[in-house]
Design a protein around this ligand. Sequence first.
Ligand code: ADP
Ligand code: MG
Length: 357
Amino acid sequence: MASLELCQVAKKYGHQYVIKPLDLKIEEGQFTVLVGPSGCGKSTLLRLIAGLEAISDGDIRIGDQRVNHMEPAKRDVAMVFQSYALYPHLNVAENMALHMKTKGVAPSIRQQKVQQIADILGITPLLKRLPKDLSGGQRQRVAMGRAMVRNPKVFLFDEPLSNLDAQLRMELRAEIKALHQQLKTTTVYVTHDQIEAMTLADQIVVMKDGYIIQQGSPLEIYDHPKNTFVAQFIGSPPMNLLPGEAIQQGERWSIRCHGIELPIPSSQLGQPLTAGMPLQLGIRPHQLKLASTTHGPKAVVRVVEMTGDQSLLHLNWQGIALYLQHYGRLELVTGDEVRLDINPQAIHIFDEAGNRL
Ligand code: ADP
Ligand code: MG
């Protein structure tokens, strides 16, 4: 186990920056999730840490060692890929023991170590099988086992669950979390799945276009997204955004959107506003309620999605598409009119450029 620190790390392909100079510190034992849209540089960053690609600039430290020019094998990190990358001609036990074998570890110790990890992962009955005789979930367990037997300083995971079906993803997600609680190995986990990010991370790092946009604990990021990109990327369905403008009433400020006015939460009044300044109002779908009265903004139901325990309404409010998430069942159909209730305590205010006030 070790801490991991990136200082002004950048990666260029030709003249094109794929990773813009960035800083990132990961404490020993911490589980950090890199999340962001496809192409934002997550895998590249992981490959730079692993040493599979050379950095163009900056420093990478694992523990107190600067590893910029160190070969991947010497960095003592273990990587798990989406594609599993198992050797097809070796059985499960041989795949798991291969790294120890190349290091000259005695066969009896290899066998003991493989057995121990196989027990933790529940793959003991599979040890003699070839990868082709395993399901996707089993292969991914073996790939994780192969990384674990190395007892590395840092685990790197690159979208390990994205090839699996939803049920298995949920199962393995919980297992990865339980394993981390047991082993406490410093981990960097890449995903584009915000549910994985929310549920696994001690620290989430949101990336876009080779930059780090925001980092913090999952709930910090969920409750205080720095901008509309993060607000809409973390949370499913995404946060609703409505255009509005700032209104001044004496000392107080409100936001007006299509005739409704809501006070701006005092926690968001840090920066000077000007009357009429364009703003955006954000409200999460589960914070948007159906009003029990005949007052309140009137919206039209476009689609009703029922999942058994929840109803998701797609609404049209004066030409703006909104999501409303209701825990329970609703007797509504397309074309129905509903009244909305927005809790002023639950709103997020962003400026026109999308930055949180
Ligand atoms: P992510 O994992 O977030 O989807 P990647 O790190 O794979 O993104 O890629 C980030 C960007 O870098 C992409 O635009 C990709 O096309 C580019 N890229 C990745 N590898 C290379 C390469 N070897 N040469 C040139 N561009 C690359
Ligand atoms: Mg990738």
